[in-house]
Design a protein around this ligand. Structure first.
Ligand SMILES: NC(=O)c1ccc[n+]([C@@H]2O[C@H](COP(=O)([O-])OP(=O)(O)OC[C@H]3O[C@@H](n4cnc5c(N)ncnc54)[C@H](O)[C@@H]3O)[C@@H](O)[C@H]2O)c1
Length: 315
């Protein structure tokens, strides 16, 4: 049994990770400032004897006794990370420094939730880990993209300079129950709009493609990455390579919810990548992993979650 710190543990991915770690018999310290996360995401874990929830902002140092750290704290959707861009960069950069400092002192292994956004608007498809990216350093998304890139730099420098054991994953679009209902991310947006029978807002012509990974698949990959030998540092792409146009996603959501919603087209925001598809060859070889849950099966479970959430909110 290990003592494991999960930063951003009350968020979407973090809450699923906390669950899996508790199921595996570990002690979990969930740290979150509830910026985008919510107590309700971990409410079902509160009675668990091995679970502890702490309100804390990772931009400030933290001194706790832990064996492993999963660093997920960071708003992940453009609406939230652009709301306070300076805080977003601080969360990525100061958060990484504080968590790496803790890992160094405790000799703890540390995981970083990096992102496909480090590839920016890629000129190479699909993106492999060797690709350095095509990132605008001064745009509206830069607080997130460059913050995460700097965090990766810090992880590798702590590894080279201080021998910290690191595991860096570049996560591609992930979806599932407990996504924030108002975060403007495409899957949650479409589902909430469809359940309310409102128009489905589609940016551009809907021909831009995305790959969508169900959260259970992603958490499985994160756990496998953490279990690899110390020589494995990443970065490793984690995502589902199945590629869908945004328009096909909208149509699937309308069909699966039985909604009467119509698709409404809007202008494309700046710096929105045209295509985003992970090359997961490295994860396949190294982790013996690949996503097992198809888009339709994942959407059904996500729709069920949002349906209940909206009913409770309305009650
Ligand atoms: N969901 C995706 O598709 C995706 C894709 C790529 C990378 N990621 C990364 O995975 C991680 C988790 O993403 P998510 O989708 O669960 O997002 P989320 O917003 O649901 O979770 C992030 C959590 O971090 C917390 N947080 C934010 N700033 C903090 C701070 N300064 N101190 C402490 N806690 C703070 C939030 O309150 C929230 O609970 C993030 O680092 C994100 O960048 C997610």
């Amino acid at each position: 049994m290990k003592r494991i710190l999960v930063t951003g543990g009350a968020g979407f991915i973090g809450s699923h990770l906390c669950e899996r770690l508790l199921d595996a018999g570990h002690e979990v310290l969930c740290v979150d400032n509830f910026y985008t996360g919510a107590r309700r995401n971990v409410a079902h874990l509160m009675g668990h004897p091995a679970f502890e929830l702490m309100r804390h902002d990772v931009t400030f140092p933290l001194f706790v006794e832990v064996d492993e750290i999963y660093n997920l704290a960071c708003p992940a959707s453009p609406i939230h990370y652009q709301y306070d861009p300076v805080q977003t960069t601080k969360t990525s950069v100061h958060g990484a420094i504080n968590m790496l400092g803790l890992a160094k002192r405790r000799r703890a292994k540390i995981f970083q939730a990096s992102t496909s956004e480090v590839y920016g608007d890629p000129t190479m498809h699909p993106q492999r880990e060797e690709y350095w990216g095509n990132v605008n350093p001064i745009g509206l998304r830069s607080c997130y993209d460059e913050g995460k890139r700097c965090a990766e730099t810090l992880f590798f420098d702590y590894h080279r300079q201080h021998k910290v054991r690191i595991k860096v994953a570049r996560i591609f679009n992930t979806y599932g129950p407990r996504m924030h209902p108002n975060d403007g991310r495409v899957v949650s947006n479409f589902i909430v709009q469809a359940l309310k029978n409102q128009p489905i807002t589609l940016y551009g012509h809907g021909e831009q493609t995305r790959s969508f990974c169900f959260v259970d698949d992603l958490v499985e990959a994160i756990l496998r990455l953490m279990a690899t030998g110390d020589e494995v540092t990443g970065p490793v792409n984690l995502g589902n390579p199945g590629e869908f146009t945004i328009r096909a996603l909208a149509e699937a959501v309308i069909r699966l919810t039985g909604s009467s919603s119509q698709i409404e087209f809007r202008p494309l925001p700046s710096d929105d990548p045209q295509q985003r598809q992970p090359d997961i060859a490295l994860a396949r070889n190294m982790l013996g992993w690949e996503p097992a849950i198809g888009l339709e099966a994942g959407l059904v479970r996500t729709i069920a979650y949002f349906d209940e959430l909206l009913r409770n909110d309305a009650a």
